[in-house]
Design a binder for this molecule. Structure first.
Ligand code: HEM
Ligand SMILES: *[C@@H]1O[C@H](CO)[C@@H](O)[C@H](O)[C@H]1NC(C)=O
Length: 586
């Protein structure tokens, strides 16, 4: 795969014997321009903060290279760059960033972020979404104008300023409505039971014995990821995908690892393998779609009372293909749009499920507590002992399981959320944001805000960078428990404060604007209810059926793969060997 090897370039430059005085002078000039630019932008930023009035624009983050702005730093290490931008000018002052010709503001502080989400109506992400669909997922450039022509918004009533009249072409509204209704109520419940059904059959069929251990070289990459992905796709798209395309699973993860290149808009000649991985996934989805259309008439889909059937899977998928059929879009584009949905539905959840298991398996005490919490809610079907029966609602209301779920998402997701003020300039916290300029939020950094998060006590510290399974549990007799600092908890409006509790209780109180793995406002992730169930149920089913021992050194910490930073929940890095056998339960 073609990548830019910066260290190689640097050492080449070092090998060159620079003899020309002219070149030295040029380099000297460049260095002083950079120093001057940095000095000037630092002063400018400091002056902006010092002279802040209502309506000032956010200060600029200092940078050294004119024109490029923060681009070199951003590309070198995005995580470090965002951490620097977050620290600069304090925890709630937004900063302006410039990446070449793109200007944006990084919004910080729970209050400002909540305010942004509350004002969703004046913001839009549609244009940005089209950009992502084209650049990352491969919607055909020729079809982009169709998407961009829809300026009617996502609400039921088209935006009164819009001149678009065909209700069948309201793609953003139709997609929005279909994902929200398809991922709630009866449709959601059916997806959940399909998930359990499929997980149960895969777990039952896995080639793992009860009387001897099986060694696997990569617990996440070759077992958890495969099973979790297949079950998720079957609940969304039905089982035919895997029948039509036996390599769907492996090819999807190859595509997923190519996404960072595609998002960064690397040209095809620089990243041919990444584009090839995407082309392959588009062909796969087209193949499945034509097969499904041959066997199921989506135009009659509304008459079908079933929430799920085997060709298109969920009602969500069926509804999409019903409205796609009435739109003048190419087959390639429809496949690319579905690739985006399949990615949204799996690329965060599956690594998050991996972390749920890995965090528990690394802590024997926690494993014991978790199994105790799970046990009452899972049993074998008396009429078919190869099937597990899961009491999903009660299982997913347990405090420790919910706290684990929230802590995994707090610690492992690194998403950049994006909004654009489209109708007019925008004000938050007294700062002025220009119309059409992106406002971004880094979920990785809000999840580590030391002015918000509970970090334990002197005797029992729990730094923000550490996994703390009990972080989101309020204990009745412990005033130091719960996710946020006591000062933050007390600031909560009275009606939001918990009534006195008599038992350990899961709580997100005080984390609004800080715990935001799903974004917020009207564009908040519609898959969050399903995702939560998936994460807890899959963990519970694995731990019920299997004994798993990680074969890694006790002091070796499993780290996230920073390659995925910015693109949601990061995968665990490297291969994680383990041994596994079936447990006897019931
Ligand atoms: C742990 C798992 C998940 C995480 C962390 C996650 C995170 C996110 C985030 C950050 C957004 C953008 C929200 C914003 O801009 O405010 C989003 C959007 C979305 N997610 Fe999820 N998601 C997860 C699981 C799912 C699942 C399981 C599905 C579907 C089955 C799904 C479907 C979607 C869709 C369709 C959107 C676009 C919504 C829109 O643009 O209006 N997500 N998700
Ligand atoms: C579960 O999904 C796999 C595809 O990965 C499929 O082969 C299997 O038949 C499914 N099982 C059930 C019970 O849905």
């Amino acid at each position: 795969m073609a990548t830019l090897d910066l260290s190689a370039i640097r050492s080449r430059i070092g090998e060159l014997r620079v003899t020309s005085d002219g070149l030295i002078a040029l380099i000297g000039t460049c260095i002083s321009v950079a120093a001057l630019t940095y000095l000037l932008s630092t002063i400018q930023g400091a002056v902006t903060v010092h002279n802040k009035r209502h309506g000032s624009r956010p200060p600029k983050l200092p940078y050294a290279i004119p024109l490029l702005g923060h681009l070199p730093e951003f590309l070198k290490n995005t995580m470090e760059f965002l951490a620097r931008a977050t620290a600069k000018y304090g925890p709630s002052t937004p900063v302006r960033i410039q990446l070449l010709n793109r200007r944006m503001s990084l919004l910080k502080g729970a209050e400002s972020i909540t305010a942004l989400f509350r004002n969703s109506r004046d913001l839009s992400s549609e244009h940005w979404l089209v950009q992502v669909l084209v650049n990352a997922f491969g919607v055909e450039v020729a079809d982009a104008p169709f998407y961009l022509a829809d300026d009617t918004g996502i609400a039921n009533q088209p935006d009164p300023r819009s001149k678009m009249t065909n209700p069948e072409y309201r793609i953003f509204h139709l997609v929005f409505k279909s994902v929200h209704s398809g991922l709630s109520g009866a449709s959601l419940e059916e997806m959940e039971s399909q998930l359990v059904r499929n997980l149960s059959s895969q777990i039952n069929e896995a080639d793992i014995q009860s009387d001897s251990w099986t060694t696997i070289f990569d617990l996440y990459g070759s077992l958890i990821r495969t099973i979790a992905f297949r079950a998720a796709v079957v609940s969304l798209c039905g089982p035919k995908v895997f029948e039509c395309i036996p390599t769907f699973d492996a090819d999807f993860w190859t595509f997923d690892s190519a996404l960072p290149d595609l998002f960064k808009e690397m040209p095809r000649w620089l990243a041919p393998a990444s584009y090839a991985a995407r082309d392959k996934m588009k062909e796969h989805l087209q193949k499945w779609q034509s097969f499904a259309h041959e066997h199921y008439d989506v135009s009659q889909g509304k008459l079908d009372k079933r929430e799920w059937e085997e060709f298109f899977g969920s009602r969500l998928m069926r509804t999409r293909h019903e409205f796609f059929q009435k739109m003048p879009l190419s087959k390639e584009t429809i496949a690319a749009d579905d690739l985006g949905l399949v990615w949204a539905a799996t690329a965060n959840t599956v690594p998050a499920i991996g972390w749920m298991l890995l965090e528990v398996l690394q802590r024997p005490d926690l494993l014991r507590r978790v199994r105790e919490e799970i046990a009452p809610y899972i049993s074998l079907d008396p009429s078919d002992p190869s099937r597990m029966i899961v009491d999903i609602p009660n299982l997913c209301s347990r405090p420790l399981l919910q706290s684990l779920y929230a802590e995994v998402l707090r610690l492992r997701s690194g998403t950049v959320i994006n909004r654009v003020p489209t109708s007019s300039d925008f004000h938050i916290g007294g700062w002025h944001f220009k119309k059409d300029e992106q406002i971004i939020i880094s979920t990785y950094d809000t999840a580590r805000d030391q002015y918000v998060w509970n970090q334990g006590t002197v005797d029992d510290p729990h730094p923000v960078n550490e996994f703390w399974p009990d972080r989101f549990i309020l204990y009745p007799d412990n005033p130091n428990s719960g996710p946020v600092l006591p000062t933050i908890a007390q600031q909560q409006p009275k009606k939001m404060q918990h009534p006195p509790i008599s038992e350990p209780t899961f709580s997100l109180d005080g984390t609004a604007g800080s715990w935001i793995p799903y974004g917020g406002g009207t564009r908040m992730c519609p898959g969050r209810h399903f995702a939560k169930k998936e994460m807890i149920v899959t963990l519970a089913m694995f731990l019920t059926e299997f004994d798993i021992e990680l074969l890694i050194d006790a002091d070796c910490e499993i780290k996230p793969d920073l390659k995925y930073f910015m693109f949601g929940v990061m995968h665990p890095q490297g291969k994680i060997p383990a041994r596994i056998r079936r447990r006897r339960f019931n």
